[in-house]
Design a binder for this molecule. Structure first.
Ligand code: ARG
Length: 449
């Protein structure tokens, strides 16, 4: 056979192998236990349609169960020369059980295996993210309630504007997380559909029972059309990444506020000492490095949807090896975001608030609108009241009355934290976590017996 121009024999093949496998052997470790779960569901279904013998099923399930335990303990390894998690699992099974191990791949392709693995991985991670969000949410609501009487300046254009409060400030970020959870819920729904059975992307001539694997794995439904199921590779990642980016944007803005408000020129809050870092030259320094890193990490996370779009954009339908690169962009994002959420929850709960900021006369003018509104309530037309207060300010005779009376929903005097908490409870209850966890537990218990 004619040699390719660039073919230098074995050495080139090894290089091609290194290049095409890329970071898969590292990334696939995160998928190992999910790959095993998928195979458990698949072979249970294969037995039901006669492609695996009744007596073979428990043997295979027990073998897979052992591999699952290894993976859970962090002891699953992809050996030198083995391409990916799918090959490694089959290899281990065949080594231990002989030829019967070779049966598990009937009616499958690595294309639907990896699709499924990524969805199972994302499901687990989304659940963990919601737990971390709940921690931060509770910390924010608690601080909002604790400091609901403490006023602070509100800004527009970073110019002092109107009275605000710590109750409002903390509560705003809590409510932002509610809407982030709505996006995450949409991402969850798209994630929680079963692509298994789409095989290479065009189904199989075996009479696969896809509803059965859908139920066994606790999915809400399947991705029915097998071409669409394959098209979900990248679409799921992009959608989940958008939701994560939204959470990250909330946390990053909070981090910026906190860094700014902790500066001596604002002096609104104090971060816990153990969360600040010193300087090698300036002995007085207590820097907000933790929030600065949270800000940068969360800003970086907001680039993940764009990175995913760049990888999947302009690919026609069907599988392409391009899709493999999604893993190294998508998989690490969860740990990074969870770290930021957990750190934020801790620091937020420890923030000390300066309750006396507004004693400083430099903030007096934030009460100008309060004064205008008071005149209006006493019968003066708004424009006349606006002009009077304006000229009082110009003439240096404006005297603020620092008592504020805001009563409408979501204002200083009526934070609606109970309503916000209810929104959070309602959206959280819509994730089908219990169905998923029950199914996985059943599958594992079934395999162990
Ligand atoms: N490592 C591959 C990926 O992540 C697995 C699928 C391989 N399939 C193929 N047709 N080459 O995409």
């Amino acid at each position: 056979m004619a040699q390719k121009l660039w073919d230098k024999g074995k050495a080139v093949n090894a290089e091609i192998e290194r290049f095409t496998v890329g970071r898969d052997r590292e990334m696939d470790i995160y998928l190992a236990k999910h790959d095993v779960l998928g195979s458990m569901a698949h072979i249970t279904m294969l037995e039901s349609i006669g492609l695996i013998k009744k007596e073979e099923l428990p043997v295979l399930l027990a073998g897979l169960r052992n591999i699952y335990t290894l993976a859970e303990k962090g002891q699953f390894e992809i050996e030198e020369g083995v391409e990916d998690v799918h090959s490694q699992v089959e290899l281990m099974l065949t080594r231990k059980l002989g030829d019967v191990g070779k049966k598990i791949h009937s009616g499958r392709s690595r294309n639907d295996q990896v699709l499924l693995d990524m969805k199972l991985f994302a499901r687990e991670q989304i659940q963990l993210i919601t737990e971390d969000i709940s921690l931060l949410f509770s910390a924010l609501i608690a601080q909002s309630e604790r400091h609901k009487e403490a006023l602070m300046p509100g800004y527009t254009h970073l110019q002092i504007a109107m009275p605000s409060s710590f109750g409002l400030w903390f509560g705003a970020y809590a409510e932002s997380l509610v809407d982030d959870m709505e996006l995450l819920l949409a991402a969850w729904k798209i994630t929680n559909r079963n692509p298994l059975g789409s095989a290479a992307g065009y189904g199989s001539s075996f009479p696969l029972n896809r509803q059965m694997t859908t139920n066994l794995l606790g999915f809400d439904s399947m991705d029915y059309n097998v071409i669409y199921a394959q098209m979900g590779r990248g679409k799921m990642e992009r959608t989940v990444a958008f939701a994560l980016a939204s959470i990250a944007a909330t946390v990053s803005k909070l981090a910026f506020d906190a860094c700014m408000f902790a500066s001596q020129n604002f002096d609104f809050i104090k971060l816990p000492d153990e969360c600040t870092t010193g300087s090698s030259i300036m002995p007085h320094k207590k820097n907000p490095d933790v929030f600065e890193l949270i800000r940068a990490k969360c800003n970086k996370i907001q680039s993940i949807p764009q990175q995913i779009i760049m990888i999947i954009n302009n690919l026609p339908s069907g599988y392409f090896r391009d899709l493999q690169i999604l893993k190294e962009v998508f998989i690490p994002v969860f740990k990074e975001l969870r770290d930021c959420l957990q750190m934020s929850a801790y620091i937020v709960s420890e923030i000390k608030v300066n309750e006396r900021i507004l004693d400083d006369a430099k903030y007096d003018l934030i009460f100008s609108v309060e004064e205008v509104n008071r005149l209006v309530l006493n019968g003066m037309p708004f424009r006349d009241a606006y002009k009077k207060v304006g000229s009082d300010i110009e003439n240096g005779v404006f005297k603020p009355d620092k008592k504020v009376q805001h009563v409408h929903e979501g204002s200083i005097g009526n934070l609606c934290n109970d309503e916000i908490s209810l929104l959070m409870q309602n959206v959280t209850a819509k994730f089908s976590f219990k169905q998923v966890n029950d199914a996985i537990n059943n599958l594992l218990t079934f395999a162990a017996n």
